[in-house]
Each structure stands twice: as structure tokens, then as C-alpha cells.
Design a binder for this molecule. Structure first.
Ligand code: NAI
Ligand code: MG
Length: 331
């Protein structure tokens, strides 16, 4: 029995969470659920985007599933705060092409490993005279930790190469530390190929020649941007799952946000949530079950009949979810 903390958030975060909970209820693994509030609706009710109660419940669970939130003007981001408070320092974002999905390349299989607790997302901004300053904090410790995760994941996934993405030609001190940490940790993995690109070139290669990448490791903001770019290459944000992992906690969430443009229409693609659930089950050492979920999702995408409008279909969020669930139970 696994205790899963569900934080659905706002907009389609709630819709894809309903889909996720439906699937977890139906499959033959035992879960108990706790529910946490966060985000814009939560702020309107409680005056905070991330109540202490939510953090407490999250810490008591075996894993956390997160929907998406709508940003609240003038307030800190609850998901960034949660990543920092639970020290989930690694954000794993697989970018994969699926058969049946209209994408720019049909042979992409990249893992983006994004540092998740510092960089330009330190959320430290202040005014000084006539300047507004944002801190970009990079530590040797966090850079080494994230590099280690990237090499470990490379090994685990039987991949060959890790690419460090940075901008150390301009951000000499901060990204200098990041790049040095990457090569230092890399010495412990002699069998893995290593290289590094400046982020601007890296972004171009991702479009022109994504096959050159196996695992990418980068700082917080660059990793965020490259992973949405990667999602765009393979069918959009509806297919992009992620895991936030630290030494103690794991939180799994679709890469996408609350999508106000499609909220309430019941057409949000549930696959990013369902693939995030598969990542969660891998984290809980239920590898076999994770594979079942991935296989069922792939099969539904390949058939292309019962898929949401972002993939060219006409199915609702729940219709697609039920089809994937049916295939899991069949398989
Ligand atoms: P978004 O990811 O919500 O949407 C971008 C585009 O992708 C929209 O056209 C949307 O309809 C589409 N899309 C996203 N998920 C989809 C899905 N599952 N199925 C089909 N189409 C999908 O990003 P946007 O519009 O920039 O931000 C909206 C709100 O979400 C903002 O308040 C933003 O701050 C917040 N946000 C929250 C995140 C989180 O909770 N982790 C991450 C990114 C944004
Ligand atoms: Mg993002």
C-alpha cells in the first residue's frame, strides 16, 4: 500500500488529476490518498499559495502527484517552493517521440536533467537605486549533485552520453562552477561520453539535430526552456511527464501549466499525467507496473483513435484515460 499525496492545483491541473486518480483507483496496486491544496484558488481561499499543511502532508507520503497551478501575481510559485522545501534537487524530463503522434522527428529519446533548487529560480529579486536585480545563485554542491544524477540516469537508461548545457562564456563565474562540477563528477564515469554546449547553440541543435543528445544536464532556467522546446518537437506539452527527485522525496507532475485556454472543456491531454504516474511507479520500484502504463499509453497513441484534440482526435480527457486504463488492465 502506497500513500500518495495528490495536489491538483488549478485549471487543467485538476482535470488531469481527476484522470490520474481514476487510473490509480482502477489498477491493481493498493494506494491510499491524501489531498493537498496549492496555487491560485488556494491563495484566494487561504491567503497563501502553499499552506504549511500541504507541505506537511507531502512530507508524510511515499510520493506526491502534482497537477499544475496558475501563477498568482506578486506571490511565490508554490511548485518552486515545494521543490526547494523538500529539496527535490533533480527534475527529470524525458523527451520521447511516440509512434502515431505527428512530431518533427520519430526517433527522439532524450532525458533532460534540470537542476531544480537554485539558478535563476532562486526567487530572490530586489530593487537597488534604479536597478532591479534577480539573483542567479549556483553552488558547487548542487551542481555536483545534479551532475551525479545525470550520469546515474545515463547508466540506468543504458545511454552513452551526457551533455552539459550552460553559458559559461558570458556567465563566467556561475556557469563556470556548473561546468567544472560536471566534468569533475564525470571523471567517476569514464565509460560515459561527455561534452558541453552553450545554451543558445544547444537550443538550435535540439531542433536541427536532436539525435546528438542522450542525456542533457542544465541549470534551472535553461533546463525549463529546453524541456518545453523538446516537448514541442515530439507532440506538445500534453505528452511531457516529469519527476522531481531528492534524497527523501519524489514529486511527479506533467510539465505543462494550468492551460487557461482549454480549462473546463474536458479536452486536456491526460497522457503527460499518466506518463508521470509511470515515472512515480518506477520511483516506488514498481517497474513492471510502470512499464504496463507506458506500454498502454504508447498503444493508445499509436492507434490514434481515442486521443484528445491536441493530437488530432476528438476524445475527452476521461475517454482517453479510460482507454489507456482498459489497455493496462487487459495487458
Ligand atoms: P501551459 O503549459 O499551461 O499551456 C501552454 C499551451 O499548451 C496552451 O496552449 C495549452 O492549451 C497547451 N497545453 C498544455 N497542457 C496541455 C494538455 N495537457 N493538453 C492539451 N494542451 C495542453 O502554459 P502557459 O499558458 O504559459 O501558462 C498557464 C499558467 O500555468 C500560468 O499561470 C503559468 O504560470 C502556469 N504554469 C504552471 C506550471 C506548473 O504548475 N508546474 C508550469 C508552467 C506554467
Ligand atoms: Mg516550464
Amino acid at each position: 500500500m502506497y500513500n500518495i499525496n495528490l495536489i491538483s492545483g488549478d485549471g487543467i491541473g485538476r482535470e488531469v488529476m481527476d484522470a490520474g486518480e481514476y487510473l490509480l483507483d482502477k489498477i491493481d496496486l493498493e494506494f491510499s490518498f491524501t489531498y493537498g491544496h496549492a496555487g491560485y484558488h488556494c491563495f484566494k481561499k487561504t491567503g497563501t499559495t502553499l499552506p504549511e499543511e500541504t507541505v506537511k502532508k507531502a512530507k508524510k507520503s511515499d510520493a506526491i502527484l502534482f497537477g499544475a497551478i496558475t501563477s498568482t501575481p506578486g506571490q511565490p510559485s508554490p511548485i518552486i517552493n515545494l521543490r526547494q522545501k523538500l529539496d527535490m534537487y533533480a527534475n527529470l524530463r524525458p523527451i520521447k517521440s511516440y509512434e502515431g503522434v505527428n512530431c518533427l522527428y520519430d526517433d527522439i529519446d532524450i532525458l533532460i536533467v534540470r537542476e531544480n533548487t537554485e539558478g535563476l529560480y532562486s526567487q530572490v529579486e530586489y530593487e537597488e537605486d534604479d536597478k532591479v536585480i534577480a539573483e542567479r545563485r549556483i553552488t558547487k554542491e548542487a551542481s555536483e549533485k545534479i551532475s551525479k544524477i545525470a550520469f546515474e540516469q545515463c547508466q540506468k537508461l543504458n545511454k552513452n552520453k551526457v551533455t552539459c548545457v550552460h553559458k559559461s562564456n558570458v556567465l563566467k563565474k556561475t556557469d563556470g562552477v556548473f561546468k567544472d562540477a560536471f566534468y569533475k563528477i564525470g571523471e567517476q564515469y569514464p565509460q560515459i561520453e561527455k561534452n558541453d554546449y552553450y545554451v543558445d547553440a544547444a537550443a538550435m541543435y535540439l531542433v536541427t539535430n536532436p539525435q546528438r543528445y542522450d542525456v542533457i544536464v542544465s541549470t534551472n532556467l535553461f533546463g525549463d526552456i529546453l524541456s518545453d522546446e523538446g516537448a514541442g518537437l515530439v507532440g506538445g506539452l500534453g505528452l511531457a511527464p516529469s519527476g522531481n527527485i531528492g534524497d527523501k522525496y519524489g514529486l511527479f507532475e506533467p510539465v505543462h501549466g494550468s492551460a487557461p485556454d482549454i480549462t473546463g472543456k474536458n479536452i486536456a491531454n491526460p497522457a503527460s499525467m499518466i506518463l508521470s504516474i509511470a515515472m512515480m511507479l518506477n520511483y516506488l520500484d514498481e517497474e513492471e507496473y510502470a512499464k504496463k502504463i507506458n506500454d498502454a499509453t504508447e498503444a493508445v497513441l499509436k492507434e490514434g483513435k481515442i486521443v484528445t484534440p491536441d493530437l488530432g482526435g476528438q476524445a475527452t480527457t476521461m475517454e482517453m484515460t479510460k482507454e489507456i486504463t482498459r489497455k493496462i488492465l487487459e495487458g
